[in-house]
Write a protein that binds this ligand. Structure first.
Ligand SMILES: Nc1ncnc2c1ncn2[C@@H]1O[C@H](COP(=O)(O)OP(=O)(O)OP(=O)(O)O)[C@@H](O)[C@H]1O
Length: 332
């Protein structure tokens, strides 16, 4: 079943927390809602979980059906007096699923999550990460129609968080689950979902693929939230922009030409040392640091300092280089 959010608004007191949210969530997909703190993510999930009523708008399934079988995944506490397999099969037992079928389903899910050998242990004999895996297995074994997850792994360290996200993805595919996943970490959203909705100030500001989001944020608010970019204020001189580091032609992704333009230079994929049709500026290298397969290079142009990602050993500290835009630079 696909799910539809139609013009959902929520007002509390005088505050308009959600403004006319329209979204469609396809069956068997992980749909990521990404946004800063206070953007309205939890308020929206509470409406989808039917804990709260919207001020206006509707949440419904195919053929106007009321969504059922919704599971909110947030409580990791395991039953301390039950073994791992008893914890995992508890929900199925409550639903009167026969023991043989319960154990078969538990065996399948435990195998996926690499916890088969923990089956007979009690929660206090497990590491934090193992407990998380059991909790995830215990929830998803119920094969809910729709799973809502509100920053479920935000308290975990990065390694464990990525591991849990991989399990979510695997279980989602194995059990054909529909998941709405809310987060303020863009990498989590990108890892889980091909379509990401950016929720800022109660408005879905962009619904897009991760790569396109980074290349062409819909507006300045989205670009600033996604971060990893330089924002240089400028003024118009006819159709060109004048900033402290660059003067020349630009383009914009917003519907209207911005009144006070801000030059947008993401760290990645916008600047290069190879000559192009779009000369940018001459800059001195202040610093360059290894960040995986690239280097984060700090540049100075006049009194402006900016950052850019370049291949390793492309530059030397103290030297000056001519930089070029890969394409016509963008303003917001
Ligand atoms: N009951 C309420 N009455 C008034 N304002 C509220 C109420 N609940 C939430 N808000 C406000 O609505 C806005 C959105 O809150 P919400 O918790 O949905 O955001 P969020 O994106 O989930 O943030 P976080 O990631 O910090 O949890 C915030 O400004 C919050 O202060």
């Amino acid at each position: 079943m696909a799910y539809y959010l139609e013009k959902i608004s929520q007002t509390k007191g005088h505050q308009e927390i959600l403004k006319q949210i329209d979204l469609k969530i396809e069956e068997n997909e992980v749909f990521a809602i990404l946004g800063p703190s206070g953007g309205g993510k939890t308020t929206l999930l509470n409406i989808l979980a039917q804990i709260d009523q919207p001020t206006s708008g509707r949440f419904y399934g195919d053929n106007d059906a009321q969504p059922k079988g919704i599971l909110v995944f947030q409580d990791y506490r395991l039953f301390p007096h039950m073994t791992v397999v008893q914890n995992i099969t508890f929900g199925l037992k409550m639903r009167h699923i026969p023991k043989k079928a319960r154990l078969a389903r538990a065996a399948e899910i435990m195998k996926t999550m690499g916890i088969s050998d923990l089956a007979k242990r009690y929660p206090d004999e497990l590491s934090g990460g193992q407990q998380q895996r059991v909790a995830l297995a215990r929830a998803l074994i119920l094969k809910p129609k729709l799973v809502l997850m509100d920053e479920p792994f935000s308290s975990l360290d990065e390694g464990l968080r990525l591991e849990m996200l991989n399990f979510v993805k695997q279980l989602q595919q194995q059990f054909q689950l529909t998941i709405i996943f809310v987060t303020h970490y863009k990498n989590e959203a990108y890892l889980l979902s091909n379509q990401v909705a950016i929720l800022i100030d109660g408005t879905v500001m962009q619904l897009d693929e991760p790569a396109h989001l980074e290349q062409a944020p819909a507006n300045l608010a989205v670009a600033e939230f996604l971060g990893q970019a330089n924002f240089i204020p400028g003024t118009w001189i006819d159709k060109t922009i004048k900033t402290a580091i660059y003067q020349g032609p630009v383009t914009w992704h917003t519907a209207k030409k911005p009144v006070t333009p801000t030059l947008y230079i993401p760290f990645a994929q916008f600047l290069q040392l190879t000559v192009s049709d779009y000369p940018a500026f001459k800059a001195q290298v202040l610093d360059h640091r290894w960040i995986g397969n690239l280097e984060r290079v700090t540049l100075q142009v006049g009194t402006t300092v900016l950052s850019v990602n370049l291949p390793p050993n492309a530059v030397t500290t103290g030297e000056s280089y001519d930089f070029y835009f890969k394409q016509l630079p963008v303003v917001y």
